[in-house]
Design a protein around this ligand. Structure first.
Ligand SMILES: NC(=O)c1ccc[n+]([C@@H]2O[C@H](COP(=O)([O-])OP(=O)(O)OC[C@H]3O[C@@H](n4cnc5c(N)ncnc54)[C@H](OP(=O)(O)O)[C@@H]3O)[C@@H](O)[C@H]2O)c1
Length: 279
């Protein structure tokens, strides 16, 4: 079995480039889904406090038998817990639910600008990082205007910006702004939640390589240098989404997928998204 290549973050920490996302994986299924992924070769799991499945992810980490350092675990600070003190407490609670002493990557889930607490939240993550309680810290859904405020008012440059990124919604301005500042781009909803898989460009490439449309899209992400975290509940799709290391797309084929850009946002707009994410 071929494993995922890794990307080195701006603080020297290594992250497996292909991981499993568990948004919308029901709490009762999270353990099985993550165990299946680890068996298939995944070593990177992306969850969030707001997904309400950290405990299931933690149960799989415990049961899988791998040494802790072989797994890379990301979780996120939910909107309702933003603010300096609340973020410190929320981090401890996530560690407890995951059964981990240290999380590999902790992200501010959304800028949630109407609350205006993301700078204070970031200061809490800076402290967790300075105290070596977390291996790397980053943000998610941050536009240039939000990153500029962090640069102006805080010290630490985020290691990662996790953003919606798939062939029909590539956010090239956001991605370029981050990469020029040594912030790695992590692509969420990388398959467009399934919507991009029926596009004729992807279907034709899948046919020509005898691969699935999802494998073609994931290959595009890997070759474009994104960290990428597809989600599936299905054991077969979890496995096939990881079977992407035995073919590669040509430059022309990568450009054909680049040309699918059509402004097709699926998730929330970071300027206005304001769910507390607490059920
Ligand atoms: N930071 C954020 O704000 C944010 C927001 C959204 C997502 N995320 C992260 O990104 C991860 C992935 O994003 P996502 O879950 O929104 O979308 P996604 O990974 O683009 O797509 C998942 C959907 O595609 C289906 N699918 C998966 N593999 C497939 C395949 N091989 N063939 C056909 N369909 C397939 C899944 O169905 P089945 O499950 O039935 O296979 C599911 O409906 C999340 O799990 C989460 O970790 C982060």
């Amino acid at each position: 079995m071929t494993g995922s290549p890794s990307i080195t973050l701006n603080n020297g920490v290594s992250i497996p480039q292909l991981g499993l996302g568990v948004f919308q994986v029901p709490p009762a299924e999270a353990q099985r889904v993550v165990e299946t992924a680890i068996e298939a070769g995944y070593r990177h799991i992306d969850t969030a406090a707001a997904y309400n499945n950290e405990a299931g992810v933690g149960a799989a980490i415990k049961s899988c038998g791998l040494p802790r350092e072989e797994l890379f675990v990301t979780t996120k600070l939910r909107n309702g817990n933003q603010g300096y003190d609340d973020a410190l407490v929320a981090y401890d609670e996530s560690c407890e639910r995951l059964g981990l002493e240290q999380i590999d990557l902790y992200l501010v889930h959304w800028p949630f600008p109407s609350a205006d607490r993301y700078v204070d939240s970031w200061r809490a993550l800076e402290r967790l990082y300075a105290e070596q309680r977390v291996r790397a810290v980053g943000v998610s859904n941050f536009l240039a205007e939000h990153l500029e405020r962090l640069f102006g008012e805080t010290e630490l440059v985020p290691a990662v910006n996790q953003i919606e990124l798939h062939p029909t919604f590539q956010q090239r301005d956001v991605a370029d702004f981050a990469t020029e500042r040594s912030i790695a781009i992590e692509a969420y909803s990388p398959l467009g939640q399934g919507a991009d898989l029926e596009h004729p460009t992807v279907v034709a490439l899948a046919d020509s390589y005898s691969k699935t449309p999802a494998q073609v899209v994931l290959r595009w992400h890997l070759q474009r240098g994104h960290i990428v975290i597809p989600k599936s509940n299905s054991a077969d799709r979890i496995r096939s989404n990881f079977d992407v290391f035995d073919f590669s797309l040509s430059d022309d084929e990568l450009e054909a997928i680049d040309a699918m850009e059509s402004g097709n946002r699926i998730g929330g707009d970071p300027r206005t998204f304001a769910l507390s994410q607490i059920r």
